[in-house]
Design a protein around this ligand. Structure first.
Ligand SMILES: C[S@@+](CC[C@H](N)C(=O)[O-])C[C@H]1O[C@@H](n2cnc3c(N)ncnc32)[C@H](O)[C@@H]1O
Length: 215
């Protein structure tokens, strides 16, 4: 995701980022976050057999998945993946590929998602930094609702060093922000700089893995 703007949306729309605003970005192909493939660090971790996975369970959730490139990469690892994005435009781009891998694409508000069965893994990439910071507590509640105790929350933390005064999206996000969003029932298991970043990404990226403790 970058600060590049098409200039085609009204200034109000660019500030508010409602569902309609995201939908318009897809319709107008103004989607600098979409490179047509999974994040390079996801590809690297998978290729060296080091993508963080829970010791048991193969149910994974990718909230705010957009065209589902990361979701498909995780599905290819053998996970039964649910991708959620509330725009029909993202669904039209990603659902068929994810479903072909046995996954499910849900077109609804990820922050309100309440699954019948909890997940073993949640993968986060450019969804948390895309929502208004006032919605971060809802995001944390959703993660606590959907992830089973012992499950992993794997997050690409981005944009780490973006000046906060620039606003967003993407809104600045660092490890302390993620800790605060998740709350005290999550333990940090690992945290490192991203080895393979996207060419042209303007701000620092880090990989963090949290484990959900007992509720
Ligand atoms: C910057 S894009 C990133 C998409 C994807 N993670 C990727 O890396 O390609 C943010 C996505 O979040 C989606 N989104 C924003 N708020 C949402 C919500 N409350 N529920 C579901 N999707 C949401 C938008 O439609 C958009 O596709």
């Amino acid at each position: 995701m970058s600060v590049r703007r098409s200039g085609r949306l009204s200034p109000e729309a660019r500030l508010s980022y409602t569902r309609d605003d995201w939908a318009a970005r897809y319709r107008e192909e103004d989607t600098p976050w979409d490179h047509g493939d999974p994040h390079p660090e996801v590809r690297r971790l998978i290729s060296v057999g080091e993508f963080p996975t829970p010791s048991t369970g193969r149910r994974a959730l990718v909230p705010g998945c957009g065209p589902a490139h990361d979701a498909c990469a995780i599905a290819k690892l053998g996970f039964n993946v649910t991708g959620i994005d509330y725009t029909t435009e993202a669904r039209d781009l990603g659902a068929a590929a994810l479903e072909a891998l046995g996954g499910e694409f849900r077109c609804e508000d990820a922050l309100a998602f309440t699954p019948a069965e909890r997940y073993d893994l949640v993968f986060e990439h450019t969804f948390l930094c895309a929502i208004d910071p006032s919605l971060r507590s809802s995001y944390g509640e959703m993660i606590s609702r959907v992830l089973r105790p012992g499950g992993l929350f794997v997050v690409i933390v981005f944009p780490v060093n973006r000046p906060r005064e620039e606003g967003g999206p993407p809104f600045a996000l660092n490890l302390d922000d993620v800790r605060e969003v998740l709350g005290s029932s999550f333990e940090l298991r690992s945290h490192s700089p991203i080895e393979c970043t996207r060419e042209g990404r303007e701000w620092r990226e880090e990989l963090a893995v949290f484990e959900r403790g007992a509720p």
